[in-house]
Ligand binder design. Structure first.
Ligand code: MN
Length: 340
């Protein structure tokens, strides 16, 4: 069976956004400590930082060369964490639109190599919903990227539900990408150096996913599809215990926000979420995710340029699974989910 490899969680950040990040870091007052831990070191002069910053801005030949070198036919591009979610609402909305225009232009130049997700500013949910409509309807983007919490606020808050309404109406998925934990959560992560992709990302984003599930978002929006990276931010591993404890908590009425749902928490994880292999080039966990979520809900991703390790593709190439499941992982699931 001939197949191509589509990578579904691949980051870009135009110079305009990186300049804004630099300005924020230079001003250095009242900054979100998560943002500083995430971007502070990329402002430095190490060769690693220089290379990352060069790669993440490139939507042309350099990126295409790296894709060729690692056997990636197509990248689904999204604005790097924390995207526009650290700015005030008006600034964020303007930068999101500009980034989406630049992304759409890159896709027009290389339609067979790139597809993309729209950046939106949850700080202003109604305008974010409009930008998602513009991104999909006018720019041909395939969904939205949200880099987890926005100033410590989570999407289970009803004020954000305009965004879910829009995604539902357009029939496009929302990719819930990690960011560093918010100020109320970050201290023990930051002091130990574990706030970022090494662990803090997964804890914070797994919490966000579980909040969406237990608050009943998917009872209200049963057709809503969301995507999580890093094989589901550890939640697939927790499904049995979450179901058990959720049942017990509902029965005892011990917390007002843990109430009855139409289905088990794990059902929403299986049906409303899709996961990608970004950053998790490890056969045992990929097989585990496929076994508990189903081969139709696990997609390949590389996490370029943060985890650009061309040899890693051998791990997925060599998975002991059927050709048809490999085709789903690399190509078919992405084509269906994002309507490529
Ligand atoms: Mn990523």
């Amino acid at each position: 069976m001939s197949r191509i490899r589509i990578a579904a969680e691949e980051a870009f950040a135009p110079p305009e956004l990186l300049d804004r990040y630099r300005q924020l870091l230079e001003a250095a007052t009242g900054l979100d400590p998560g943002f500083v831990s995430l971007w502070g070191h990329y402002a430095g002069k190490s060769s690693q930082a220089t290379q990352l910053v060069a790669r993440i801005q490139d939507l042309g030949d350099g990126r295409l060369r790296d894709m060729d070198d690692s056997g990636i036919a197509k990248q689904i591009l999204s604005l790097s964490a924390p995207g526009v979610q650290i700015f005030d609402a008006a600034t964020a909305t303007g930068i999101a639109a500009s980034c989406n225009d630049q992304l759409a232009e890159a896709i027009r130049r290389h339609p067979d190599r790139f597809a993309g997700l729209a950046a939106i500013a949850p700080q202003d949910p109604a305008t974010a919903a409009k930008e998602l409509e513009r991104g999909v309807g006018r720019l041909g983007l395939k969904g939205a990227i949200i880099n987890s919490h926005t100033s410590g606020e989570y999407l289970d808050d009803r004020k954000f539900w305009d965004i879910f309404e829009a995604a539902n109406a357009l029939g496009v998925p929302i990719y819930l990408h990690p960011t560093t934990p918010p100020p109320a959560m970050i201290a023990p992560f930051a002091e130990s150096g574990l706030a970022g992709a090494i662990y803090g990302f997964a804890v914070e984003t797994g919490l966000h996913m579980l909040r969406l599930i237990t608050s009943g978002v998917f009872d209200r929006f049963p057709r809503l599809r969301m995507v999580a990276g890093h094989l589901g931010e550890a939640l697939p591993y927790w499904m049995f215990r979450v179901d058990f404890m959720h049942r017990a908590m509902v029965a005892s009425g011990r917390h007002p926000r843990v109430g009855r749902l139409e289905r088990k928490p794990s059902d929403y994880l299986r049906e409303n979420f899709y996961v990608t292999t970004s950053g998790m080039a490890w056969q045992p966990v990929i097989l585990f995710a496929q076994s508990v979520l189903g081969a139709d809900h696990v997609l390949y991703a590389q996490d370029y340029p943060y985890q650009y390790v061309p040899e890693e593709v051998k791990v997925t190439d060599n998975l002991p699974i059927s050709d048809s499941d490999k085709h789903k992982l690399y190509q078919e699931n992405a084509e269906k989910l994002f309507g490529l």
